[in-house]
Design a binder for this molecule. Structure first.
Ligand code: DC
Length: 226
């Protein structure tokens, strides 16, 4: 079967990374979590700049010092920041919020998008994020746009945080989901939007299995026709 690029976009907490990882495993493709790249960038800025972490000029001076990579560990793929495994540090609500804000800076996006495009050189890649089908790979052979209601997504995020030992409050998580949706869809630079040729998957009322069966079907069909 021909190797293709699969671009997966969608709102926060709608299961993009679960789908992307499962599809990459099924296809034997490389998985790239671009949200982790924005999160690692935000973590670096916060460590170096503290309260100034969202100051555009200050952030721009740091970009040349940021080296992000992915490594395989016994627990799956982890993101590294200048060689340090920061996987668990970047998965908090705070870093997620900082990432959402830092991702509005044009130069930060250009810096990360160039690296993402280079990763797709050889195809055989599943990449998830907010602008993959619209900006990073506008010619991707398969574009998926995942969505679910804010309430369903807040509940999923709430359960995930609880499972990690945090003490989230459901109303706060829902407010955070809504804030992040607003920022992700209204920013000037590469706002989240559905590509015209994307296959839309609303998984509010689908089980993981139903969703994967459907997506694998679409993927196989696409590989057979490109
Ligand atoms: O998918 P995530 O929650 O890990 O992403 C964290 C933030 O990074 C998200 O609020 C928006 C931003 N992001 C982005 O702007 N573009 C991407 N391709 C991926 C993430």
């Amino acid at each position: 079967m021909k190797s293709i690029i699969v671009a997966i976009d969608g709102y926060s907490s709608c299961g993009k990374s679960t789908v992307a990882k499962a599809l990459a495993k099924y296809a034997g493709y490389t998985y790239v979590d671009t949200g982790a790249m924005y999160r690692a960038t935000a973590l670096y800025a916060f460590r170096r700049l503290g309260d100034e972490a969202l100051n555009r000029e200050a952030v721009l001076t740091l970009l040349p010092d940021i080296h992000i990579d992915f490594v395989q560990t016994s627990e799956g793929q982890h993101v590294t920041l200048n060689g340090e495994d920061v996987e668990s540090l970047i998965r908090t609500l705070e870093v997620g919020n900082m990432a959402s804000q830092i991702s509005t800076i044009k130069e930060v996006r250009a810096f990360l998008v160039a690296q993402q495009q280079a990763m797709g050189d050889k195809k055989g890649i599943v990449m998830d994020g907010r602008d993959i089908g619209t900006v990073v790979f506008p010619n991707a052979e398969l574009k998926l746009f995942l969505t679910a209601s804010p309430e369903v997504r807040a509940e999923r995020r709430y359960l995930e945080l609880k499972a990690k030992g945090e003490s989230p409050i459901l109303e706060e998580v829902l407010a955070d989901v809504n804030d992040r949706d607003y920022r992700d869809t209204h920013r000037a630079e590469s706002p989240l939007r559905q590509a015209d040729d994307a296959v839309v998957v609303d998984n509010s009322h689908m089980t993981r299995e139903e969703q994967m069966d459907y997506i694998i079907g679409v993927f196989r069909e696409r590989c057979a026709t490109v």
